[in-house]
Design a protein around this ligand. Structure first.
Ligand code: SF4
Length: 336
């Protein structure tokens, strides 16, 4: 487990979290028993998220980062492991506690058009969480919708619009307003700007930064955009084929990435311009399938520093510097 921040306890903590998707069911799965084929989308992930901070989870497509985000909100059940919110396992919460957790933990999705109900007017979309939680009186809910619209840079007249009548950036602001409606503590933002134009991306990120400041929000940013990570996050967890291979404070990671995968990724970032995008094409081709991951270190077929033992030994995530953890056989036992 990573070290705490100034002795603070994490607001959210994943402990040994795994999610395997079975590829076979029924008789075939029973016949194969323990040998039934699965995709290990998330494997033994442990990490801490601190109040008021931003944790970025980065990785290529298929790294498991979005599945991890959904597990952290209990939007799906894990195969093994726990998620502790203020010390309580969210997967053991009964109805009333779960309802309280759900209002504290919200999500903003990548595609604001796909995630907003096209048949609902904007005002109703933002008001819906308040209605579900029967928050205050109907008149106060209407007032809250107006406040939220204003806070995200829209106006009250736009409450009557349908999502299709708004621009992409405005739709994302509606998604942000709906996520804010219940005054949550934690927001998971899954590629929140990747479907937006570059200029609109910057405006949206600035808005999210202001909201974090104003409401002491805790963000978990799921992204493949390392420019956004550098600009926005306090800590970074790098995922590869379902596992965290490196986790560190953002400054330390950008100054001296330690895992060979992180080093290759970060070598492609043009610093310090956060508007530039990383090239995710690694030297040795596409990532292997999570259905049939390589033995030992999953990164070994693509690793520029591969050693003979790397195909046989699974590296553990170990602390290499205060707050920095790396899963690589180059580190530990004096090797480096
Ligand atoms: Fe590369 Fe070996 Fe380290 Fe894996 S364990 S990242 S293959 S050096």
């Amino acid at each position: 487990m990573s070290s705490t921040t100034n002795g603070a306890q994490p607001l959210l903590r994943a402990v040994g979290l795994s999610k395997h998707f079975p590829l076979e069911s029924g008789l075939l799965a029973r016949l194969r028993g323990a040998g039934a084929r699965t995709i290990k989308a998330v494997e033994a992930v442990s990490l801490d998220v601190y109040a008021g901070q931003t944790l970025a989870i980065v990785g290529e497509s298929g790294s498991g980062k979005s599945t991890l985000g959904r597990l952290l909100l209990r939007l799906m059940q894990p195969t093994t492991g726990q998620v502790l919110y203020q010390g309580e396992n969210i997967f053991s919460m009964k109805r009333a506690r779960l309802r309280a957790f759900r209002r504290q933990a919200q999500i903003i999705l990548q595609d604001p058009y796909g995630s907003l109900n096209p048949r609902m007017r904007v005002g109703r979309i933002i008001r819906e969480p308040l209605d579900i939680y029967r928050e205050s009186t109907p008149a106060e809910r209407d007032k809250r919708v107006d406040e939220l619209l204003e806070r995200v840079g829209l106006n009250s007249a736009q409450a009557r619009a349908y999502p299709s009548e708004l621009s992409g950036g405005q739709r994302q602001r509606v998604g942000i307003a709906a996520a804010l409606a219940l005054s949550p503590q934690i927001i998971i933002a899954d590629e929140p700007t990747s479907s937006l134009d570059v200029s609109v991306q910057a405006q949206t990120l600035n808005l999210l930064a202001e909201l974090q400041q104003d409401f002491n929000l805790t963000y978990i940013f799921i992204t493949h955009d390392l420019g956004v990570v550098q600009h926005f996050s306090d800590r970074v967890a790098v995922m590869y084929l379902g596992k965290i291979v490196e986790e560190a404070p953002t400054d330390a990671l950008f100054a001296a990435p330690q895992h060979p995968y992180t080093q290759v990724l970060f070598s492609a970032i043009p610093l310090p311009d956060p508007s530039r995008r990383v090239n995710w094409d690694l030297p040795k081709g596409e990532p292997p399938s999570p259905l049939d991951p390589p033995s030992g270190c999953h990164f070994h077929p693509r690793c520029p520093k591969v050693m003979t033992e790397c195909s046989a030994i699974v590296p553990e995530l170990e602390e290499t510097a205060p707050g920095q953890r790396v899963a690589c056989l180059l580190y530990g036992d004096g090797e480096n």
